[in-house]
Write a protein that binds this ligand. Structure first.
Ligand code: F6P
Length: 475
């Protein structure tokens, strides 16, 4: 197989799962990365390299729903050291403002290098001459450089879906220089927000010693690396269409009935991750019920928590904490047939998600730190009546674009309660004003715009290599 566009991500868009009867089946993978890239691959007929989720299973390349997928095998050791260890025990908390304590283990780093190398080699094998390779996210930061060594003919882009931390935090990593050099193998390094691109360029100057000028890095071999922000988005038209679907709206009505026809439904939808601020959000809601600012006869909070990284200690602990909190809140504040919180620890199909977005009066998205948060944009895309309120953390990348949301600091419980109350009692006119503006924003900057802009800039950056000249005052 030789492809002109290769997407390399830690995960494939589908996960290999075992069914109750012991047979294996494919299920859509969790997370925003998959929702964003799936339409891109579909439009470009490329190949997607990634891990299918299981252990030690050698699978042949296959086609799923029109996508060409190339599964990478991971051993139990790879999963422990690369995925659960360095990616999600070191980089994930570090890149998210150290919301949890990152751990540094040399064997995790070895595993990270080993897996990155295998991904790079697979990519070198399947990329056609002069192909474009688009490497995704923090699990594969060494791939660009490794791949460039194997295949200098390729055009290589890298996109980081999560935040890139300020130098003060990044500096903690014992292998900081190697990570930066890994990324510098790309022609274009993309981030969610401009601040992240600036953090990266500053670190390259300080830690690797390359000359930089604004968003450009000048390498000694004559190459230029461009760092820039490309805020990711969703398939707005796809969501909008799904939201209009008769069966989705029917299901939304049914959900309301099943919840006891409350006046207002508040909704949270997150991977069960400590960066998402689920605990503090539910606590704030519980206090509002306790202090009679809200009443369980009128309102219900539906929290969907998608299972995630369940073997990592911090995630297990979070699950227990949330289970306990929901138990307390329902026990203390609920009445018969009127729980305070309807809690679902599961992953729901898209149709059901759209129905929930249609049913919910207030969407509550309050991460402590989030690269973008596509759930916020999905909610907006489904509110074609221009109603519904979005309460959104200032620390989600989406807050840069969705300025008409009720923006909150998730560390400020009282502030969060005040915003929830305002959103709860907002006049329809106010809701319409805000939602209309947010829908306009998401409609104009959708995922196609994101991908097209990235790939266009990548094409332009690479073709300008021949003209690479240092600016007179390269800083
Ligand atoms: O967007 C961040 C991200 O880590 C993606 O890279 C990933 O696909 C998604 O969240 C889900 O995480 P995981 O692959 O660890 O289940």
């Amino acid at each position: 197989m030789q492809a002109d566009l290769v997407i390399v991500a830690n995960r494939l868009p589908v996960d290999r799962v075992e069914m109750p009867d012991g047979t294996k089946a494919w299920r859509r993978s969790p997370g925003g990365l998959v929702s964003a890239l799936e339409p891109v691959l579909r439009a470009n007929e490329g190949v997607w390299i990634g891990w299918p989720g299981g252990t030690d299973e050698d699978l042949e390349p296959f086609e799923d729903d029109g996508l060409n997928l190339l599964p990478m095998t991971m051993t139990a050791q790879d999963i422990e050291e690369h995925y659960e260890g360095f990616s999600n025990g070191t980089l994930w908390p570090l890149y998210h403002d150290v919301v949890a304590k990152p751990e540094f283990h040399r064997e995790w780093w070895d595993g990270y290098q080993r897996v990155n190398k295998r991904f790079a080699e697979k990519c070198a094998e399947v990329a056609a001459k002069g192909a474009t390779v688009w490497v995704q996210d923090y699990q594969l930061q060494l791939v660009p450089q490794m791949l460039r060594e194997l295949r200098p003919d390729l055009r290589i882009g890298f996109y980081l879906h999560i935040p890139f931390p300020p130098a003060e935090l990044f500096q903690q990593v014992p292998w900081r220089r190697q990570l930066l050099e890994g990324l510098l193998g790309a022609d274009l390094v993309g981030f969610q927000l401009p601040q992240a691109a600036q953090n990266f360029v500053r670190l390259v100057r300080q830690r690797v010693g390359h000359k930089t000028h604004r968003d450009l890095v000048y390498l000694p071999d004559g190459r230029t690396v461009h760092a820039a922000a490309f805020p990711i988005s969703i398939d707005f038209i796809g969501f909008d269409e799904m939201a209009h679907d008769e069966s989705v709206n029917q299901r939304a009505k049914e959900i309301r009935q099943q919840l006891g026809d409350p006046k207002k439904i508040l909704l949270g939808v997150d991977r069960l991750d400590y960066t998402k601020g689920i605990y503090a959000r539910l606590r704030a809601y519980g206090e509002m019920l306790r202090d009679t600012e809200l009443d369980v006869e009128d309102a219900i909070f539906v929290q969907v928590a998608v299972p995630s990284r369940e073997r990592v200690e911090q995630y297990r602990k979070l699950r227990d904490d949330i289970d306990r909190l929901v138990g307390h809140l329902n026990g203390d504040l609920g009445r018969i047939g009127r729980p305070a919180i309807s809690y679902l620890h599961t992953s729901l199909p898209r149709h059901e998600m759209a129905a929930l977005y249609r049913a919910a009066d207030i969407m509550v998205v309050t991460p402590y730190r989030d690269g973008m948060n596509l759930v916020a944009k999905e909610y907006v895309a489904c509110r074609y009546d221009n109603d519904g309120a979005l309460v959104l953390s200032e620390f989600a990348g989406a807050a840069e674009e969705l300025r008409q949301a009720w923006l909150v600091n998730p560390y400020d419980i009282n502030g969060m309660k005040a915003a929830l109350l305002e959103a709860y009692s907002a006049e329809p006119k106010e809701l319409t004003r805000r939602m209309r503006a947010m829908r306009k924003q998401v409609a104009s900057k959708d995922v196609r715009h994101w991908a097209d802009t990235f790939l266009e800039v990548l094409a332009a950056v690479q073709s300008s290599h021949t003209k690479n000249v240092l600016p007179p005052n390269g800083s």
